[in-house]
Design a protein around this ligand. Structure first.
Ligand code: 5RP
Length: 251
């Protein structure tokens, strides 16, 4: 469904932001307004460029509610976001049951399966998402697709233990991803290292494989050395996409 959210005219018009950022803000504000209830005390904070708008909107609910809440990060970035905004920081080992978790995505299909891990945070994101009673995805309209792999060229992000990366690359290439590559840090000085000290492989697969994300996820996860796969199958309860015209599409 596509709605016109009941938000301030400046927010609808995207005032102060470019079109993409305005779309992210629309999605985040609408999702928070619908899903963060006064009784929610444990809230997951995902990663990526839309999540700061989630925190911005939660802060607008006021100190009275937020002082009794604890926020669970999924990355170094979201930990900073929580701490720098003076919110209470918790961890999933202390709070294995989370009321609601908000996260970004690289792509979301019509079944609410998604690709995550463009920011290399998908292991913690998946743990927090599984601990959450409700997972809500927030993004701009570019992430709204019919099937996974439509626009997101790098392919499936796969976190691997450093010791196993060459073996897993070989496995993935033999499994139908000949262009699987180890993700390199900017300037290519060395590989990207995750918050957990691991490496990331990006593995593009053919459409026939991407059309069955559940099977593909399980096949990849069975490779020894793989820590987590950046495909989340049937985990989200809803996805909110801000559109360029001030509307929000909800799946
Ligand atoms: C990080 C993620 C992010 O949520 C995803 O990459 C979207 O990020 P952005 O909004 O910056 O495009 O999964 O692991």
């Amino acid at each position: 469904e596509t709605i016109r959210p009941p938000l301030a005219p400046q927010v609808i018009a995207g005032e102060g932001l470019n079109v993409i950022e305005a779309a992210k803000r629309l999605a985040a504000y609408t999702a928070v307004d619908r899903h963060v209830k006064p009784e929610h005390t444990v809230i997951g904070v995902g990663s990526g460029s839309t999540v700061p708008y989630v925190v911005e909107r939660i802060l607008e609910q006021g100190q009275e509610l937020n002082k009794n809440r604890v926020f669970i990060p999924t990355s170094f970035q979201s930990r900073e976001l929580i701490v720098n905004n003076g919110l209470n920081l918790g961890d999933v080992d202390q709070y294995p049951t989370i009321d609601v978790d908000f996260d970004g995505a690289d792509e979301v299909d019509n079944e609410l399966n998604c690709i995550k891990g463009g920011g290399a945070c998908h292991l913690r994101e998946k743990v927090v998402a599984e601990a959450a009673t409700t997972l809500i995805l927030v993004a701009d309209y570019r992430k709204n697709v019919s099937y996974l792999g439509t626009n997101f060229d790098p392919g499936v992000p796969i976190e691997v233990v450093p010791f196993a990366y060459a073996k897993v690359l070989k496995n993935l290439r033999a499994m139908g991803s000949p262009n699987a590559t180890l993700r390199m840090a900017v300037r290519k000085a060395g590989p990207v290292v995750t918050d957990n000290g691991n490496f990331v492989i990006d593995a593009p697969f053919a459409r026939k494989d991407m059309m069955d994300p559940f099977t593909l996820t399980h096949k990849i996860k069975m490779l020894t050395g793989v820590v987590e796969v950046g495909i989340f199958c049937h985990m989200a309860q809803a996805a909110y996409f801000g559109n360029a015209d001030g509307s929000v599409t909800i799946k």
